[in-house]
Design a protein around this ligand. Structure first.
Ligand code: SAH
Length: 241
């Protein structure tokens, strides 16, 4: 059944009118007509049975019926991702959403992108919504505003739990070993940009209570490192069962 994302604040009534983008998608691309059933999700874990009352590219009207709470992810996983150059962040947001990440914080560090062009955060949020829709999530991971590394480190210190920085020079402690026992939750993972972290940045992370962990002897591309780290974490907390 087609899935439509509508933020929770617009779902307080028995009907809702979709914006132009969503309306065009349902009417022009999927060719749905009045009476067609759709599944609405609110980004916070609720799905609502809906059907089209009026099919119009200007604004599809949906009637809303039964509401269902969908089980939320077992563990909260935050990805602090140093923004790489180019469009690689797009793929990281898309794939980690599919894998069940809870929160993504785009981080600025010394060897990564200096300042993302305007509109990037909005773009990443749209990608997260679309990946949630496509992968059948009823929640949408939060994409935070772009944050300086120091602020991101300090912020995650308050969250506590398991805080790890992926570092290619860490050979003694593989990520897998952290997960030999159930890790204290929430889990926060910090992944570097294509230029890696400087020694000072690794030291700051450690000073804030992060442990350095490795993913084996090969240098992984940023996006590979992020996906592997999220996948291993999910496997450890039962999120892939
Ligand atoms: N500075 C390095 C490569 C950085 S790879 C160089 O150019 O040689 C980009 C990011 O992916 C790193 O900052 C790290 O967070 C992660 N990463 C890549 N390979 C890794 C590995 N084998 N173990 C742990 N983290 C890794």
């Amino acid at each position: 059944m087609p899935r439509v994302f509508i933020p929770a604040q617009f779902l307080n009534h028995e009907q809702v009118t979709l914006d132009r983008v969503a309306s065009r998608h349902l009417v022009k691309v999927l060719r749905l007509q009045a009476g067609a059933e759709v599944c609405v999700f609110d980004g916070c874990g609720t799905e609502i049975e809906g059907h089209i009352v009026r099919a119009s590219t200007a604004g599809v009207e949906l009637a809303l019926g039964q509401r269902h709470r969908v089980p939320m992810p077992l563990a909260s996983i935050t990805l602090l991702q140093s923004v790489p150059r180019g469009d690689r962040m797009d793929i990281i947001v898309q794939k980690t959403t599919e894998l069940g990440v809870t929160r993504i914080v785009p981080v600025l560090s010394s060897r990564g992108m200096v300042k993302p062009p305007p509109g990037k955060t909005r773009r990443w949020r749209t990608i997260a919504q679309e990946a949630a829709r496509q992968s059948g999530r009823a929640d949408v991971p939060e994409v935070a505003e772009v944050t300086a590394l120091d602020a991101a480190l300090a912020g995650s210190a308050e969250a506590g739990g398991t805080r790890l920085v992926l570092w290619e020079e860490e050979r003694a402690l593989p990520l897998r070993r952290i997960f030999a026992q159930a890790p204290p939750l929430p889990v926060t993972l910090l992944v570097g940009p294509e230029g890696g972290f400087s020694q000072e940045e690794v030291a700051s992370a450690r000073a804030q209570g992060f442990r350095t962990v490795g993913l084996g002897p090969r240098i992984l591309r940023v996006e590979t490192a992020a996906l592997v780290a999220i996948a291993l974490t999910q496997a450890a907390v039962g999120g892939l069962d």
